[in-house]
Design a protein around this ligand. Structure first.
Ligand SMILES: N[C@@H](CCC(=O)N[C@@H](CS)C(=O)NCC(=O)O)C(=O)O
Length: 204
């Protein structure tokens, strides 16, 4: 498997999943201007220019984080990254993957990081934080994970919550989310994944 990533982007969730499950993958960093280290164009792999993108062993290319994460989960040992297929818990995990992707990642953080977003757009994005963070906070109150055990949805949420400070979102206003992020950052797979990507982020 070949995993295309940008340090500390949402693709961090896929690295955490790979670490968590002990899967074998080659990582390829996407550089400025959608260039790949061999000089080729990442847009020929991922037409939107988005990470994560995954080339599977069978040769298909998957984009869209929730799809990539579920592919990894289905190629890991049972129960390591996701509840069993067709179980209620599996659908709940899918619910959270979609929620994080649409209500948090794209609705809030994408505009806050977008170079072409104006002040009004950024202010509107900040105004959209409270509702989904409130939902997540209420759900995680008294729970260790989004589901019964750690899944790729937690990896995705952690990757997104990592952006709060850079994006100007004061996570201290949601103590449950802050505690969840602090806890997950001590998980060995998360520690390893972040340790690999931090020097790459600093060098980028
Ligand atoms: N819909 C995509 C969005 C992925 C996405 O926004 N990726 C960002 C990093 S978090 C990216 O690759 N940005 C680089 C760019 O836009 O050129 C998904 O869910 O995977």
């Amino acid at each position: 498997m070949k995993l295309y990533f940008i340090p500390f982007a949402c693709s961090l969730a896929t690295r955490i999943a790979i670490e968590e499950a002990g899967l074998d993958a080659e990582f390829v960093q996407v550089l400025t201007g959608h260039k790949l280290p061999d000089g080729s164009d990442f847009l020929s792999v991922s037409p939107m220019g988005y990470v994560p993108a995954l080339e599977t062993r069978s040769g298909i290319t998957l984009t869209e984080g929730p799809a990539v994460l579920q592919y990894l989960a289905d190629n890991a040992a049972d129960g390591v990254l996701a509840p069993a297929l067709f179980s209620e818990d599996r659908y709940r995990m899918q619910l959270w993957l979609n929620f994080i992707s649409t209500e948090v990642h794209k609705a809030v953080f994408a505009p806050l990081f977008a170079k072409d977003a104006g002040e009004a757009e950024k202010a509107a994005a900040l105004g959209r934080v409270a509702k989904p963070f409130g939902v997540l906070s209420a759900h995680l109150d008294g729970r260790e994970y989004l589901g019964e055990s750690f899944t790729v949805a937690d990896a995705y949420l952690l990757a997104v919550l990592n952006w709060c400070e850079t994006a100007g979102v004061d996570i201290a206003g949601w103590p449950v989310l802050l505690a969840y992020r602090t806890r997950l950052r001590t998980r060995p797979s998360v520690v390893r994944a972040m340790a690999v990507e931090m020097p790459l982020l600093k060098a980028a």
